[in-house]
Design a protein around this ligand. Structure first.
Ligand SMILES: [Zn+2]
Length: 212
């Protein structure tokens, strides 16, 4: 498998993970190319389809992400296929990210940014060089008339907590402790009661999960 197709596979996996943490509010609708160079995402976050927002709301947005020939060194492009009226989106639907693309960043981060854009997250809204200045004028008026209508939603990512305890942070301290033994070498380890997580055996370095 080529480095590019391996990278794209990783990107798709990261998007799937993001989808899970967002309770399925985003979905990979289709992919094209070999290796894959077109990805259509379905995003279930409300946005403004026209000046009629908030009377009219677009509930589902479709975005086409295109990976150019020099991806990941070349920035991917993203085009919104469904109606949207937004200062940072050209009338063609092409999104103006206004940030520098880094090859090390994954398409999950790009997807998060797309969600922030379509929901009018004001922390990333770029009013200095709008892609659609009519939409910017409309947005300024609309937010002063209907301040509660913006952002149109909020991106809340649930971070999955991975607790890793090392021998150091389970030794010492005044908490109640109990003994567990390493499943590999049988060495015993004193750990606080009421904890769960991965620990490393100080003797054989085996990593194992405990719940005390
Ligand atoms: Zn061990």
């Amino acid at each position: 498998m080529s480095a590019l197709s391996e990278r794209v596979k990783q990107d798709l996996r990261k998007i799937e993970e993001l989808a899970k943490s967002l309770d399925g509010r985003i979905k990979i609708k289709s992919t094209e190319g070999s290796p894959i160079n077109k990805i259509v995402l379905e995003i279930k976050y409300p946005t403004a389809p026209s000046k009629a927002y908030p009377d009219k709301v677009q509930d589902t947005t479709e975005v086409k992400i295109e990976l150019l020939s020099r991806y990941p060194f070349q920035e991917p492009t993203a085009t919104i296929i469904t109606p949207i009226y937004h200062p940072n989106v050209y009338t063609s639907g092409k999104i103006c990210f206004g940030t520098k693309w880094l090859p090390t960043q994954g398409l999950d981060l790009l997807t998060k940014r797309i969600i922030q854009i379509i929901t009018f997250d004001e922390t990333i809204l770029n009013e200095k060089s709008p892609a659609n200045s009519d939409a910017l004028r409309w947005y300024r008026g609309a937010i002063s008339k209907n301040p509660n209508a913006f952002p149109t939603d909020k991106l809340v990512v649930r971070e999955t907590k991975k607790t890793t305890m090392s021998w150091k942070n389970v030794e010492g301290g005044g908490e109640e402790r109990t003994l567990v033994s390493c499943p590999k070498c049988n060495a015993s380890l004193r750990v606080p009661v009421g904890k769960s997580g991965n620990v490393f055996c100080p003797k054989c370095n085996e990593k194992f999960f405990i719940r005390t």
